[in-house]
Design a protein around this ligand. Structure first.
Ligand SMILES: *[C@@H]1O[C@H](CO)[C@@H](O)[C@H](O)[C@H]1NC(C)=O
Ligand SMILES: *[C@@H]1O[C@H](CO)[C@@H](O)[C@H](O)[C@H]1NC(C)=O
Ligand SMILES: *[C@@H]1O[C@H](CO)[C@@H](O)[C@H](O)[C@H]1NC(C)=O
Length: 386
């Protein structure tokens, strides 16, 4: 398989307009009973407790703070009369924020039209039903004139931080695109051509113990990449398809504290997706068990994660993953997640075995590796984040 090492300078002179958006991060506010995470084969918005948000302006100046999700392809915001099938707080506005955004779509906005179509999207343990509207969507000065997006009338299991989701996967898995026949993935709808069909995500590390909501926590660059946000070479892996940002992990191995490499690609390959909308790295259950056995981790259904001894946090023993012969290192401060007085492992179960599901490379990976989503060349790149 192809692994290409490229030094970056290459891109900077080629690109014209590059869009840079600041991301903020927030803790999710989910009622305690929603913490019983149901693992699921398409785990997208799973056991994460933090998300990264971006402001998007819809219609006549309605600003929404949306979860940035490379693991889905639709955009939706909370709509009028939203109810939660599970009776949780997913439809409530998050009034705790210092600068509240619109929260609920004003459908009387004359620039919006109701397309009288509906769609349903499942996000791991969460799900959303929406009416499809179309209208102007503004993204760092870049306007998409008639962008179709969801106005949610039912949301369950998502929690109330933020106002919706911005999917950055491909059109081919967008439910709005299926329903309307239009480009509904923002990235496709931007109509970028040639080498500009690229974006980069920088998810900053944060101090879990002294977490502050709504401060700048990263950046997404569209139409180019930001080479001030990483150091060293970029390693690329080929994309399997234009659906999710999906790649083959049949060569993946793991080692810890100088151990022999543990083969994680064993039973016939397996695919992974790069997913900013998911907190942890999710592997097949038995593989996650083996990785966590190095930490003495015990799987907890309450947390949907392995509880581990907090001593690992400052151990400075990295987790080493190897993919296509390239080593990726996760520091102990990034794979240990302190949470409500316990420590959780950054590696968890995807709810499947025998590679019936794909693995998720979520924020635990993305905070350590600046990620380059390169549609033009059909590949995904990782470089050590600054
Ligand atoms: C997002 O929008 C809100 C409301 O308009 C604003 O107060 C906040 O500063 C914006 N955040 C960013 C990162 O642009
Ligand atoms: C949009 O149209 C659908 C179908 O005609 C309708 O059920 C829904 O109430 C409309 N939504 C709003 C917010 O007007
Ligand atoms: C991944 O690549 C390996 C080696 O080329 C191949 O045998 C396997 O079928 C691929 N797996 C998937 C799920 O695409």
């Amino acid at each position: 398989m192809l692994v290409v090492l490229v030094h970056l300078l290459f891109y900077s002179c080629v690109l014209s307009k590059v869009y840079k958006l600041q991301l903020t991060h927030k803790a999710k506010h989910i009622h305690q009973h929603k913490h019983h995470k149901r693992q699921n084969s398409a785990s997208l918005i799973n056991a994460q407790d933090f998300d990264f948000y971006v402001n998007v302006t819809v219609g006549n100046g309605q600003v929404f703070s949306l979860i940035v999700d490379t693991g889905s392809s639709d955009m939706f915001v909370r709509g009028p009369g939203c109810v939660s099938n599970s009776g949780d707080n997913s439809c409530e506005c998050d009034n705790m924020l210092p600068n509240p955004t619109a929260c609920v779509l004003n459908t009387f906005d004359s620039s919006l039209s109701n397309l009288s179509q509906t769609a349903y999207v499942q996000y791991g343990s969460a799900n959303v039903n929406f009416n499809i509207f179309s209208g102007p969507v503004l993204f760092d000065g870049f306007q998409i004139t008639n962008f179709p997006f969801g106005s949610a009338y039912q949301i369950s299991g998502l929690g109330n931080s933020g106002d919706g989701i911005l999917g950055l996967g491909f059109n081919s898995i967008s439910r709005v695109a299926w329903a309307t026949g239009k480009d509904a993935s923002i990235f496709d709808a931007l109509g970028l051509t040639g080498r500009q069909q690229i974006f980069g995500t920088y998810l900053s590390n944060f101090d879990f113990q002294h977490f502050v909501n709504d401060v700048v926590g990263g950046e997404i660059t569209i139409g180019g990449i930001d080479n001030t946000k990483f150091t060293g070479p970029i390693t690329y892996v080929p994309l399997i398809s234009e659906s999710y940002w999906k790649f083959n992990i049949s060569t993946l191995t793991f080692s810890f504290g100088g151990s022999q490499p543990l083969y994680l690609g064993s039973s016939g390959g397996g695919n992974a997706i790069s997913d900013t909308g998911t907190g942890q790295i999710y592997l097949d259950n038995s593989l996650a068990d083996r990785v966590n056995s190095f930490l003495g981790g015990v799987y907890s259904n309450v947390y949907g994660s392995y509880v581990v001894d907090c001593k690992w946090q400052n151990s400075k023993i990295p987790m080493i993953f190897t993919l296509y012969g390239v080593k990726y290192s996760l520091s102990s401060s990034s794979y240990i997640i302190p949470y409500n007085g316990v420590c959780l492992s950054g590696i968890s179960r995807n709810g499947a075995d025998g590679h019936t599901a794909f693995s998720n490379f979520g924020q635990v990976w993305g905070r350590s590796y600046y990620t380059i989503y390169d549609k033009f060349n059909g590949r995904i790149g990782f470089a050590k984040a600054v």
